[in-house]
Design a protein around this ligand. Structure first.
Ligand SMILES: [Zn+2]
Ligand SMILES: [Zn+2]
Length: 355
């Protein structure tokens, strides 16, 4: 499924996939979720390197590996990731590989039949029967997990879980407020519950989404269209505000609410992706200083795929993490365009292409 030009509907094309070279792996894709980022690529909001081979929240089986690849074999069940850390950049050398600035992708290019080079979304490109990635982008996980479910860890769901569990450092007894209850926000709610939060406040403008947020573990629901979100969060936390506020929308107004809905020395995590025209909210500097705490953007939930995907899949298989609830529908490759529209209308958490 390829985005050929800015704003044009996506189309199915024949893709030429090279055999894996050194350090690369060829993967038979079994399932791939439809993410907002795919739509952003299609709309030219990421860069202009059309055509894009879309799709990046995927699971599948390794079909072949290139020279020098160890720890990965044909037949392995893997979730694909876009953080294959290099181990050598300044972040990796400082022991912070989650910030790796030189993550690996396949060196060879996938092309259209006429030789036109494709840009794979987030270095993956998994709305395809086969895709070529760097071996480090394949994270083996327990066999037996449904690929449509496990694949979602590859991007948005991991971003949300990690926003709470890793970036936000949510712990037992914490209070957490999550602004925006789409796939990422609901994953943040599930992550907060898994981490032991006892008060979890879901904030959205849509009552249907708030209802769903309760299924993921929200203990309170606030419709910010009808009541003041900051006041409602204070009321639910003994008048103080939440220990961790997670902004999963990507809007200055919402970030401002998250800022003021914290307890003193609380943490704001920004995981909703803003657009380039947005400005930081106009907050008096004395409030920044006086309230203390931390404001933390979260990239991919600060995850390390090799550490986090296997354990999250196991928690799912043990019934402790309801990953399957993120799958709203299973669709064919030819229904991606339709799935974009459903996503824009807020009708689905995740449409997942099953191959
Ligand atoms: Zn690195
Ligand atoms: Zn994504």
């Amino acid at each position: 499924m390829v985005a050929t030009a800015k704003g044009a509907p996506v189309t199915i094309e024949t893709v030429v996939v090279p055999d894996p070279g050194p350090g690369e792996a060829l993967v038979d894709v079994q399932a791939c979720g439809v993410c907002h980022t795919d739509l952003h690529y299609r709309e030219g909001a990421i860069n202009d390197e059309f055509p894009f081979l879309l799709g990046h929240e995927a699971a599948g089986r390794v079909a072949a590996v290139g020279e020098g690849v160890s720890g990965l074999s044909p037949g392995d069940f893997v979730v694909l990731n876009w953080r294959a850390v290099c181990g050598q950049c300044r972040a990796c050398r400082r022991g912070r590989p989650q910030y790796c600035f030189a993550t690996h992708n396949a060196g060879q290019k996938m092309t259209l039949k006429d030789g036109t080079v494709l840009s794979p979304a987030l270095g993956i490109g998994a709305f395809a029967e086969k895709t070529l990635v760097a071996a480090g982008q394949c994270t083996p996980v327990s066999d037996g997990a449904d690929p449509a479910v496990a694949g979602l860890l590859g991007c948005g769901v991991m971003a949300g879980l990690g926003a709470a569990m890793l970036t936000g450092g949510v712990g037992p007894g914490d209070s957490v407020a999550v602004f925006g209850c789409g796939g990422v926000g609901d994953a943040a709610i599930a992550g907060a519950r898994l981490a032991g939060a006892t008060t979890i406040i879901a904030v959205d403008l849509d009552d249907r989404k708030l209802e769903m947020a309760r299924e993921f573990g929200a203990t309170h629901a606030v419709n910010a269209g009808r009541e003041d979100a900051v006041e409602a969060i204070r009321a639910a936390t003994g008048g103080f505000g939440a220990d961790v506020c997670i902004e999963a929308v990507g809007q200055p107004r919402v970030l401002e609410q998250a800022f003021f809905a914290r307890d003193l020395a609380g943490t704001v995590v920004q995981v909703g992706v803003p657009t380039p025209d947005m400005k930081f909210p106009d907050i008096p500097m004395i409030e920044f200083f006086g309230r203390g705490g931390a404001l933390k953007p979260s990239w991919y939930g600060d995850c390390l795929p090799g550490r986090d995907f296997p354990l999250l899949v196991d928690l799912y298989l043990q019934g402790r993490l309801p990953l399957d609830r993120f799958v709203s529908e299973r669709i064919g490759l030819d229904q991606v365009e339709e799935a974009f529209h459903k996503m824009e209308r807020g009708e689905v958490l995740r449409s997942v292409v099953v191959l």
